[in-house]
Design a protein around this ligand. Structure first.
Ligand SMILES: NC(=O)c1ccc[n+]([C@@H]2O[C@H](COP(=O)([O-])OP(=O)(O)OC[C@H]3O[C@@H](n4cnc5c(N)ncnc54)[C@H](OP(=O)(O)O)[C@@H]3O)[C@@H](O)[C@H]2O)c1
Length: 328
């Protein structure tokens, strides 16, 4: 066994996880990446390398802890970048809570020094099930013996890319209400993964919760649309939809949820849509009872404007679209 530090990286096939892995490869770490399918790993170009071990193990599985600990005897740091892919009620519980609990148990058994959890800024105002499970795990992590570092970022660039194709094809940019009430400080995947890797084994990051945005100032959906039209060199055209339409749909579906899991999942999806159409992704100031741009820490250099310019260059082949696409 050499003296290299070993990192257990969960979620290495995801947007942030694979960027974190790329950063780790530039440093002197041994990395173990449990993945649930080898084809998903291959699709994301996650391969075995000298310092990287890809292992097919389902972290949601009840046998994960035993299987992992039988195969590996040392983990110094756990980095969890997992997140529910579709936001269903079952996945929220399994991924946001149970899988992280399994990882924590591995960490405790193998006496890991640090657990870095990628959470989300929106857990400050928890209304959705996935946020409640994230918070439930944050609490368990804080109460554990392992040093915790919790990172709660604002919206990623990919989450603000869902309308690029729409706009390119000449359609209008959709905003809810006037698109002026909810604000965010988008952060690039590259900047966020750098922020995460900088916290590895940093004692000053132990026991801390970091709320983090990208370079400011904060923007709202109307300004986001303007940036997109500018980068596409097209005149601005907006389609304004009332956010209360989600409330009407939720009310209409109300009684049917009793009979069908699919309808309960659809209702949760509508709640997610309503949340992102109306809430800001900034620090919540409890005293002012409002979100605050000023108190939202900034990190990195990549701007959404620069990102849109890059992806809309005629030579650019494409951009990863958000997983939960609300409109296209
Ligand atoms: N998107 C945003 O704007 C935003 C903002 C703030 C915080 N966040 C949080 O940041 C975290 C990472 O986000 P991301 O966009 O990088 O996520 P992502 O691209 O959706 O990747 C999710 C990762 O979790 C894994 N995963 C999902 N369900 C699983 C399951 N049932 N069993 C095992 N693995 C599973 C995925 O594996 P597979 O590849 O096998 O599916 C993938 O590696 C999430 O917790 C998210 O809530 C996101």
């Amino acid at each position: 066994m050499n003296n290299c530090r070993t990192v257990l990286l969960a979620g290495s096939t995801g947007t942030i996880g694979r960027t974190v892995l790329a950063n780790l490869l530039k440093s002197d770490y041994e990395v173990i990446c449990p993945v649930r399918s080898i084809s998903q790993a291959k699709k994301n170009k996650i391969n075995n390398k000298e310092n990287v071990t890809i292992v097919v193990m389902d972290i949601c599985d009840s046998g994960f802890v035993k299987e992992f600990c039988e195969n590996y005897e040392r983990v110094n740091v756990i980095i969890s970048c997992i997140g529910s892919r579709n936001g269903t009620l079952k996945e929220s519980r399994e991924v946001e809570f149970e899988a992280n609990m399994n990882l924590l148990e591995v960490g405790e058994k193998l006496q890991a020094e640090q657990y870095i959890l990628l959470s989300a800024i929106c857990v400050q105002k928890p209304k959705l099930l996935f946020q409640k499970y994230k918070l439930k795990f944050e609490k368990a992590l804080k109460e554990s013996k392992i040093n915790h570092t919790i990172i709660r970022p604002t919206a990623y660039f990919k989450s603000l890319s869902g309308q690029i194709e729409r706009v390119k094809s000449g359609k209008r940019f959709i905003i809810f209400d006037q698109g002026l009430t909810n604000w965010f400080k988008p952060i690039s995947e590259r900047d966020l993964s750098l922020f995460i890797t900088k916290k590895i084994l940093k004692k000053t990051a132990y026991g801390k919760v970091f709320l983090i945005g990208g370079p400011g100032p904060a923007i709202n959906p109307r300004e986001q649309g303007k940036l997109l039209f500018k980068a596409a060199n097209m005149s601005e055209r907006f389609l304004s939809l009332p956010s209360y339409s989600f409330k009407i749909l939720l009310f209409t579906l109300g009684p049917f949820g009793i009979f069908s899991q699919k309808i309960r999942d659809l209702k949760e999806f509508l709640r997610i849509a309503l949340y992102y159409a109306t809430e800001s992704m900034l620090v919540w100031d409890e005293e002012d009872r409002n979100y605050t741009d000023k108190k939202t820490p900034e990190f990195g250099n990549d701007t959404l404007e620069g990102f849109y310019e890059k992806v809309l260059k005629p030579s650019t082949k494409g951009v990863e679209l958000p997983d939960r696409k609300l409109f296209g």
